[in-house]
Write a protein that binds this ligand. Structure first.
Ligand code: FAD
Length: 430
């Protein structure tokens, strides 16, 4: 029987996690990545315990994650008045068997790339190779159309093709030519990092402000000898919809003077945000965008994963985790169904609809929905949050979100490994 070969369009976190997973289960693959050189781009992202568990099963353990980030200890929401709305421990402190990690996206991405090259060889990731589309063949296989560095076009045949090419996915555009344009709900984010002293627990994710005007801060490195860490910040402002978001680029470098004034009032005895922003080494502007959920992620031997399948607002801190989970679930399903279109169809029917719902929850503010409730009920003015949203209601709100996003503690702790150690695809059965 001829050896299957899987093609992956996009070498982001999703595409590289898929390459490592396929390698683990004995399936060969090639990743085609459009950029000519992988640079450590982006700022902070969170890896939820479900994804950290999968990374551990891929042989990327705590020591390596500690080199690109720090375990998160707490998740907290604080009103614009500086009073706490909600706080809960995270990771092992919350009883998970795995930590949640706050990492530098670029350094984590580089770590995955290094692992792929070490394990699959330097030819496994073809840089400067933009996948512009695909053609389904009559024998059930697929051909990827690739534009190389010099603009030349080539065709590469494979058993299956995964579109892991992000929110602007070319594979998705071909699969769903009538998809609506990118959706923007009115919020602009400015993101960056600055050296600072971590607040609260020393590794707290803090959302501060109102649903329309807020900042999120958390450290993404262990502190140095002086107690200073890289603090990731995301400042967000929601505008009326006549604001022209298309003038804002995707990770457009931006001067602090363009937005810092909007956050001049975020000064408390426990945080001086303007002073932190002033120490920033980088700042990017980013519209908060996503896409409407799709009816299917699969077209015969072609499937979408990660942001290509389900781009989400970052309100739930689960875009990268979900991309990793997609890769792992595909590996699990291939163990049963082989490297086949039927495996892709099974992946689609199990996950397309529920993950689309998670994306919609994130559009509705995700776990930050509590800030909306505070706004609606008291206009952000309160002394004691229990008078506004009772503790049991706050907990129930958070639990519902966590269950939908797949990182509810008891279920995760009790679940068997997604891919049992040593399991490889059974080709006779396939
Ligand atoms: C440069 C960059 C910086 C980011 N920074 C942050 C951040 O600071 N904070 C945050 O929360 N999220 C950030 N994200 C998004 C976050 O990484 C993703 O939401 C999440 O990791 C899901 O990853 P993904 O692999 O599905 O998609 P992505 O991370 O978007 O990766 C897609 C990959 O596909 C490549 N690609 C695109 N089109 C093609 C094509 N036609 N052919 C071949 N390759 C293609 C891209 O270059 C990219 O490497 C960033 C994404 C990018 C691309």
């Amino acid at each position: 029987m001829p050896q299957e070969h899987v093609l992956i369009a996009g070498g982001g976190i999703g595409g590289l996690a898929l390459a490592l997973t396929l390698h683990q289960i004995g399936v060969s693959c090639t990743v085609f990545e459009s950029v000519r050189e992988l640079k450590p781009l982006g700022v902070g992202i969170n890896l939820q315990p479900n994804a950290v568990r999968e990374l551990e099963d891929l042989g990327i353990g705590e020591a390596e994650l500690d080199s690109v980030g720090i375990p998160a200890r707490e998740w907290a929401l604080v009103g614009l008045n500086g009073c706490e709305i909600y706080a809960e421990p995270r990771g092992k402190l919350a009883g998970y068997k795995w930590d949640q990690y706050a990492v530098h996206r670029g350094e984590f991405h580089t770590l995955l790339y290094r692992k792929v090259v070490e394990r699959l060889g330097p030819d496994a990731v073809r840089l400067g190779s933009k996948v512009t589309g695909y053609r389904k063949e009559s024998d059930g296989t697929v051909v990827a159309i690739i534009e190389n560095r010099s603009g030349g076009i080539s065709e590469v045949a494979g058993t299956l093709l995964f579109g892991a090419d992000g929110i602007h996915s070319a594979i998705r555009a071909q699969m769903h030519p009538d998809q609506p344009p990118i959706h923007w709900g009115g919020t602009i984010m400015w993101r960056g990092t600055a050296r600072g002293i971590p607040i609260r627990s020393g590794s707290s994710f803090v959302g501060l402000g109102t649903s329309r005007h807020r900042v999120v801060i958390y450290p993404i490195s262990h502190p140095d000898g002086d107690g200073l860490a890289d603090i990731n910040w995301i400042a967000e402002q929601t505008y009326d919809t006549d604001h022209d978001w298309t003038k804002s680029g995707w990770f457009r470098p931006v001067a602090l003077s363009e937005f810092a004034g909007e956050f001049a009032g975020f000064v408390y005895d426990w945080l001086d945000l303007p002073a932190l922003l002033a120490k920033s080494t980088v700042a990017y502007e980013n519209p908060m965008i996503d896409r409407d959920p799709l009816p299917t992620w699969v077209d015969g031997p072609v499937a979408l994963i990660g942001d290509a399948a389900h781009p989400m607002y970052p309100t739930g801190s689960n875009g990268a985790s979900q991309a990793i989970m997609d890769a792992r679930q595909i590996g699990r399903i291939m163990l049963d169904r082989g490297v086949t279109a039927s495996a892709l169809a099974a992946f689609d029917s199990e996950f397309c609809e529920p993950i689309g719902q998670v994306a919609m929850r994130n559009r509705g503010a995700g776990p930050f929905g509590l800030l909306n409730m505070v706004d609606e009920r008291c206009g952000g003015q309160f002394q004691n949050i229990d008078d506004v949203i009772p503790a049991h209601e706050r907990s129930a709100f958070m639990l519902a979100y966590q269950q939908a996003a797949g990182f509810a503690k008891d279920r995760l702790n009790a679940a068997p490994p997604t891919i049992p150690a040593g399991a490889i695809v059974n080709r006779v059965a396939a």
